[in-house]
Design a protein around this ligand. Structure first.
Ligand SMILES: Nc1ncnc2c1ncn2[C@@H]1O[C@H](COP(=O)(O)OP(=O)(O)OP(=O)(O)O)[C@@H](O)[C@H]1O
Ligand SMILES: [Mg+2]
Length: 270
C-alpha cells in the first residue's frame, strides 16, 4: 500500500490479477504498492500468471519490469508465445547487458505502447563479474540498481522477481532474515506493486523460505492437486491486506488465452 491514508475505500487503486473469477473475490484486484507473494511448487504457472498481469498492463500502456533469475529470456518468451500471447502488440524490451539499459530506456520513453522490461540472470551475472566484488551482496545491489535506474527514466507500475528462491541461492545471504527485511523496505520505498515468485518449501508449512509470509501484503497460492487420476490446477488468495478476500480454493484454467478461476472447475465434485 502507498504511504498515504485514503479518504474513501473507493480511493484504493487496485491492479487486476487478470484472472477472471478471482478479481471479483478481492474487491477488483491487488492494492497498488502491495508486495505480493505468488507461491507454489514447480510448474504451477507462477511465471505465466505474473507475465499475464504485466502483458495486460502493457496493453493498457503501463510499464513493468520482469527480473528473471531462473529462466532465460528465450525460454520464458518461447513459453508465453506457445501459450498464444501476441508479443508484437506490446513493447517487449530484452535487456541482455546492463550497460545498454539506459539506451533501451530512451526507446521505452518514446514508445506509445506499454513496455515489459525483461532483465535476465545473464545480464546481472555479467555485471557482477565486471564489478569483481564480493558475490554476497552484489546480486541484491545490482537488482536494486536496475529498479532504481529504470524508475528514474520511466514510470514503473509493477515489478516481478522470478524467483525469491533463486535470489537466495545466488546471493548466499549470511543473514537472510535481515536481508529479506531490507528487500521489502526497499520495494516499499520504490512504490511499485511487487510480485515476488516463491518456490514453496515441499513440506507446505510456509509460503516462503524465511519471513515472507509475514512481511508480504498478500499471498496468492497456486498448486497442483491430484483428483483421482487427474491433476487439477488450483488457486487461492491466502491473504491480501486492505482487502475483503474470499479465501476459497478455485480451480485455475488457462483457456483461449485467458486465465480463469472457477468453483469446482471441470470436476463438479471438487
Ligand atoms: N497452453 C499452454 N502452453 C504451454 N504451457 C502450458 C499451457 N497450459 C499450461 N501449461 C503449463 O504451464 C507450466 C509452466 O508454467 P510456468 O513456467 O508459468 O510455471 P512455473 O510455476 O513458473 O514453473 P517453474 O516452477 O518451472 O518456474 C507447464 O508445466 C505447462 O505444462
Ligand atoms: Mg517459473
Amino acid at each position: 500500500m502507498g504511504k498515504e491514508i485514503v479518504k474513501n475505500k473507493d480511493d484504493i487503486k487496485r491492479v487486476k490479477t487478470y484472472i477472471t473469477g478471482l478479481d471479483e473475490h478481492i474487491q477488483g484486484g491487488i492494492p497498488e504498492g502491495h508486495i505480493v507473494l505468488v507461491a507454489g511448487s514447480a510448474g504451477t504457472m507462477k511465471s505465466s500468471i505474473c507475465f499475464n498481469i504485466l502483458y495486460h498492463e502493457a496493453l493498457k500502456g503501463s510499464n513493468s519490469i520482469y527480473l528473471s533469475l531462473e529462466q532465460s529470456h528465450a525460454s520464458l518468451m518461447n513459453h508465453v508465445i506457445n501459450m498464444g500471447y501476441d508479443i508484437s502488440v506490446i513493447d517487449l524490451v530484452l535487456v541482455q547487458d546492463l550497460s545498454e539499459l539506459m539506451s533501451k530506456m530512451a526507446s521505452v520513453k518514446g514508445n506509445q505502447k506499454g513496455s515489459i522490461i525483461m532483465v535476465d540472470l545473464g545480464a546481472i551475472r555479467k555485471e557482477i563479474k565486471d564489478m569483481q566484488t564480493d558475490e554476497n551482496r552484489s546480486w541484491l545491489n545490482v537488482i536494486k540498481n536496475v529498479i532504481k535506474k529504470v524508475k528514474e527514466h520511466v514510470p514503473i507500475k509493477i515489478m516481478t522477481l522470478d524467483s525469491m528462491s533463486a535470489l537466495y541461492v545466488l546471493s548466499k545471504f549470511k543473514n537472510p532474515r535481515i536481508e529479506l527485511f531490507y528487500i521489502f523496505e526497499f520495494l516499499r520505498d520504490m512504490e511499485v506493486t511487487s510480485l515476488l515468485i516463491s518456490e514453496m518449501p515441499t513440506d507446505g508449512t510456509a509460503y516462503g523460505e524465511y519471513d515472507e509470509d509475514f512481511l508480504s501484503d498478500g499471498i496468492v497460492h497456486v498448486r497442483l492437486t491430484p483428483f483421482r487420476r487427474n491433476i487439477v490446477r488450483e488457486i487461492s488468495v491466502v491473504k491480501m491486506r486492505t482487502t475483503r478476500v474470499n479465501n476459497d480454493v478455485f480451480s485455475l484454467e488457462f483457456k483461449d488465452g485467458k486465465f480463469q478461476a472457477l468453483y469446482g472447475g471441470q470436476n463438479p465434485l471438487l
